[in-house]
Ligand binder design. Sequence first.
Ligand code: CP3
Length: 341
Amino acid sequence: MNDLFLRVCRGESVERLPVWMMRQAGRYMSEYRAIREKHGFLTMCKTPELAAEVTLQPVELVGVDAAILFADILLPLEAMGAELKFVQGDGPVFPQPIRSTADLGRVRVPDVEATLGYVYDALRLIRKELDGRVPLLGFGGTPWTLATYLVEGGTSKSFGHVLGWSYADPKGFAKLLDLLAETSALYLEGQIDAGAQAIQLFDTWGGLLDRRRWREIALPPVLKIVERLRGKVPLVYYIRDAAHLLPELRELPVEVLSVDWRMPLDEVRSAVGGRFVLQGNLDPTVLLAPPETIVEKTRELIEAGRGGAHVVNLGHGILPTTDPDHARLFVKTVQEISATP
Ligand code: CP3
């Protein structure tokens, strides 16, 4: 049994570093595309057998040290009552976005078993099929990041609706974040009960906020979730584009801090202090470069992480244009290099 990932999260010493990749089950693999050609993305998420199959692909074909549930951070928003579509080329779309306090009547805290039970069925099936080979992560979005999609109605460039609402009516916007926090806490508790051995919270758009606004707006609903989950399984907090927020993150009550590629890990560690296991942070576009570059950059990453506990990962999701052999080279390089002192 390979439990390197969980041991690092618990602060134990390990014989080599664990490595996995965000979005590791995805379009860069022909085996994923073969299934995706036959089924819509949401159908795959909602069919436990399909979700389990693609979750296992990178474990079996790329050799990663952890599996991550195949699902999406936006699924609980659909469960809250917001219609969700994935449109080819456009990504996620909410045709009727929530843009004011008056719109809050259209969303509610759902019965998570009734609406998201398919996720729990998938987790149970994946644990069974993994049979202890590697640990299984569950995940969700942070309320702030979920709100960006629900309020904008999908992916955005300027985030004018969500940022505008947060300035114009802070109290009403806080109510939305609180609904999202309550839903997320219930949803993620359910994931743990169904077998998730760690939980990663994705704060992909946390970096849009300045320091004070992140502390006042984004942090309280995260703390609400973390307080409910803490002590059950290791918690990983991922944030993108957030070098300016590192001083705020020092006190975050999670075990693992996962960062993007913009700062070297040794500098991240000096900024946040020695308390965290750090996860990351190879620039995903390095995997588009020739093999020698991948090996060199991976070596540098491991060097930069040597000052403390490290789960090797990318700084954001693997790109669909990545050659799977390059992903395998990254994983193998970590597993070989980090085994030698
Ligand atoms: O990491 C994994 O392999 C597990 C599965 C996973 C997916 N989405 C599957 C997915 C995870 C952990 C996510 C998280 C997610 N989803 C985030 C946070 C991480 C990040 O990338 O910042 C966000 C913001 C979303 C929302 C989302 N889902 C967007 C913006 C898109 C469109 C962009 C894109 O990559 O296509 C998705 C679609 C999506 N989620 C796909 C996959 C495999 C592609 C769907 C397809 O096959 O067409």
